[in-house]
Design a protein around this ligand. Structure first.
Ligand SMILES: Cc1cc2nc3c(=O)[nH]c(=O)nc-3n(C[C@H](O)[C@H](O)[C@H](O)COP(=O)(O)OP(=O)(O)OC[C@H]3O[C@@H](n4cnc5c(N)ncnc54)[C@H](O)[C@@H]3O)c2cc1C
Length: 386
């Protein structure tokens, strides 16, 4: 058993680290606080082909293995987690189209999505339904060769750039169980009645917008139904969300890594009682624990990513997402404590890590829901511990 990245993965990680240190780290704090959109960073990510990480090579993508996919999110989140959000739901939507789209949908969208010329996101959550996706109210009624879509979506990241946006709808609202009547439609941004109505003000996760979308009598051609078959929407979405949990686990590792780096550096530079605070055992306990937890979470994230490479891995990805996100939050808190009063200042990085880390336990399924997913997987014997 080897606990190391292979040579390609190591080189890729080093390339990402260089990009992040040069293009993201120097501007993250200022741009995050001013609300400036990170256009130049997006351009850099386009140049590196990062918008195509889940797009098959035949459509111009990089088609990364899941561990390399995790490295992208780990390294970018180490610089600025919000920017990782620009690639997050985009990558999941690309994967959804690549796995489940019709040939025409793949030909039409994947090449431009791979370069970042087109961008996308994923429209699941509604004002009254997040965890309970079968409780969504957005409907798509067939009318000739179009669906007529009505409803609302909430918290949709990248909404102002997404074109097309995969939107989860009910094509048969009476179906029982409800998921049998659910489908995904690829809605183009200029379709009349599709309107991004509001950017939601957030604690963190800045650098990418999360929006409300109103859907009012939106006429969507039937050719936009993902896979061309109704009733498959939930399965299509759930298979993409598995990579989503790897993405969040990896982002959490990136946040925790940065918290560790900031705490370690600060502890050696800050003096109290005539000596660096790193010499105090109380600080050493924090640094030792932080480093241990970061490394454990990294192994967990890579292990889950590798499990995805081998097949369906709800249990492993759920475990990694839960563990890594809890570590990220604790790491950010501990790094703030090591910084003393300066940890609370917006002139230091650690307060952003704290604000960003909390989202990691909410997005891609709350940790409590994932605990039940992990438990079910254990009970069914699909995941084994030991
Ligand atoms: C910044 C941000 C960006 C987002 N981006 C996107 C996006 O791009 N696309 C998208 O579709 N969504 C997005 N979301 C939505 C996100 O996926 C949901 O917020 C999340 O799934 C939780 O849903 P909810 O907010 O409706 O909470 P709820 O489902 O209302 O949950 C509230 C609480 O109840 C608990 N709970 C719910 N059901 C159960 C149960 N059965 N058993 C035990 N506990 C339960 C939850 O764990 C939670 O603690 C984003 C959210 C945020 C905050």
């Amino acid at each position: 058993m080897r606990f190391e990245l292979d040579e390609d993965q190591r080189e890729f990680k080093a390339l990402l680290r260089t990009f992040v240190d040069k293009e993201i780290v120097p501007v993250a704090r200022e741009w995050e606080q001013s609300g400036r959109y990170p256009t130049e960073i997006v351009d850099g990510m386009k140049e590196m082909g990062l918008f195509g990480i889940t797009v098959p090579e035949e459509y111009g993508g990089l088609d990364l293995d899941p561990v390399s996919f995790a490295l992208v999110f780990e390294e970018i989140a180490r610089g600025w987690m919000g920017v990782a959000g620009i690639l997050g739901s985009h990558s999941l939507a690309c994967r959804l189209i690549a796995m489940h789209g019709t040939q025409d949908q793949k030909d039409r969208y994947l090449p431009a999505l791979a370069t970042g010329e087109r961008r996308t996101g994923i429209g699941l959550t509604e004002p009254d339904a997040g965890t309970d996706l079968q409780g969504i109210r957005t409907t798509a009624r067939l009318d000739g060769d179009h669906y007529v879509v009505n409803g609302a979506k909430m918290w949709i990241t990248n909404a102002r750039y997404a074109d097309p946006l995969p939107v989860l709808v009910k094509t048969d609202p009476q179906a029982s169980p409800a998921h049998r009547g659910m489908s995904v439609l690829l809605i183009e941004a200029d379709t009349p009645g599709y309107e991004v109505t509001k950017d939601i003000a957030k604690l963190g996760y800045k650098g990418t917008e999360s929006c409300e979308i109103a859907l009012t009598d939106v006429r969507v051609p039937v050719s936009q139904l993902v896979g061309g078959v109704e009733g498959k929407g939930m399965q299509q979405v759930l298979s993409a969300l598995e990579w989503g949990r790897v993405n969040i686990a990896a982002r959490s590792v990136g946040i925790a890594q940065r918290a560790h780096e900031e705490a370690l550096a600060y502890a050696q530079q800050r003096k109290a009682f005539g000596q660096p605070i790193a010499d105090f055992q109380a600080i050493q306990l924090k640094l030792g624990e932080l480093g241990t937890q970061v490394q454990a979470s990294r192994l967990m994230a890579y292990w889950a990513a590798d499990a995805v490479r081998r097949g369906r891995a709800d249990g492993a990805t759920g475990m990694a997402k839960i563990f890594c996100s809890e570590v990220a939050l604790q790491a950010a808190i501990d790094a703030m404590k090591v910084h003393g009063g300066y940890g609370y200042s917006t002139e230091y990085e650690v307060e952003r890590l704290y604000r960003d880390s909390i989202l990691m336990s909410i997005g891609e399924g709350t940790n409590d829901i994932l605990r039940t997913v992990v438990a079910k997987s254990l009970i069914k014997g699909e995941t084994r511990v030991g």
